[in-house]
Design a protein around this ligand. Structure first.
Ligand code: 13P
Length: 252
């Protein structure tokens, strides 16, 4: 099915991977790209410790790099944090913000995500802003209320079609092997598109909404085929290069 944008497939490696093994995986991905036609944009978001080595090897591969988070201030006395301009320094083009694992485990709310997105945009990074409901919220007819709140409060004034992707990641689908039905995904992507179209005029009625949560090579084709799914955010399956590559081949 033809779409407005080439699909984007994003690997979120989360807190996984030591240097040697990860660079081997990255080499395998680069080799695969050289051998085949790739019909999508590929972004890898490794742990921060791998960024420098990957940045050295990335030019000319077509793969883009992303961070998994950044701080909401530019620099300063914030022990253990990483800034948007440090990501930029490692030639990252993207940053994932508002992932449910951070919203839940670290109590990061939409207002904080908004500040992080603002500074990321100022640095020229594109933001991948994650939103998603829990099963409790879905069962209690609250899914759309929650998604609307997360979209409207997490996206700053600086957001537009060129610097922002929204990732719909239902919390109950992350790492569980469970996915929403195709109809449920389409309905929520439609809803997010409607919220953006009616409340965020800077997008001019266009927004890229990607899906994440228990993606694998068996379900990726059907999900990518949904009319308003602009790409995939892949967790566990992206750690296995062969499996990740099968997902990429879904769109090649
Ligand atoms: P899984 O693909 O492991 O469910 O993780 C999804 C995710 O959280 C991507 O950001």
């Amino acid at each position: 099915m033809s779409k407005k944008f080439a699909p984007i497939i994003i690997a979120n490696w989360k807190m996984n991977g030591l240097l040697l093994d990860s660079m081997q995986k990255f080499k395998q991905i680069r080799n695969n790209i050289q051998e085949g036609l790739v019909g999508c944009e590929i972004v890898i978001c490794p742990p921060f410790t791998l960024l420098r080595d990957m940045a050295e090897k990335i030019p000319g591969t077509g793969v883009k790099l992303g961070g998994q988070n950044c701080h909401h201030e530019g620099n300063g006395a914030f022990t253990g944090e990483i800034s948007a301009n440090m990501l930029k320094d490692m030639i990252c083009e993207y940053v994932i913000l508002g992932h449910s694992e951070r919203r839940t485990n670290l109590n990061e709310g939409s207002e904080l995500v908004n500040k992080k997105a603002t500074i990321s945009h100022n640095e020229g990074l594109s933001t991948i802003i994650c939103v998603g409901e829990t099963m409790y919220e879905r069962n209690n007819e609250l899914a759309k209320v929650v998604i609307r709140e997360q979209v409207l409060h997490s996206l700053p004034q600086s957001s537009n079609i060129n610097n922002t992707i929204i990732a719909y990641e239902p919390v109950w689908a992350i790492g569980t092997g469970e996915t929403p039905t195709l109809e449920q995904i389409e309905e929520m992507h439609d809803y997010i598109e409607d919220v953006v179209a009616s409340e965020l005029p800077k997008f001019g009625g266009n927004v890229r909404v990607i899906y994440g949560g228990s993606i694998n090579s068996k379900n990726s084709a059907a999900i990518l085929n949904i009319k308003n799914v602009a790409g995939l955010l892949v967790g566990r399956a992206s750690l296995d290069v062969d499996e990740f590559w099968r997902i990429i081949e879904t769109v090649s």
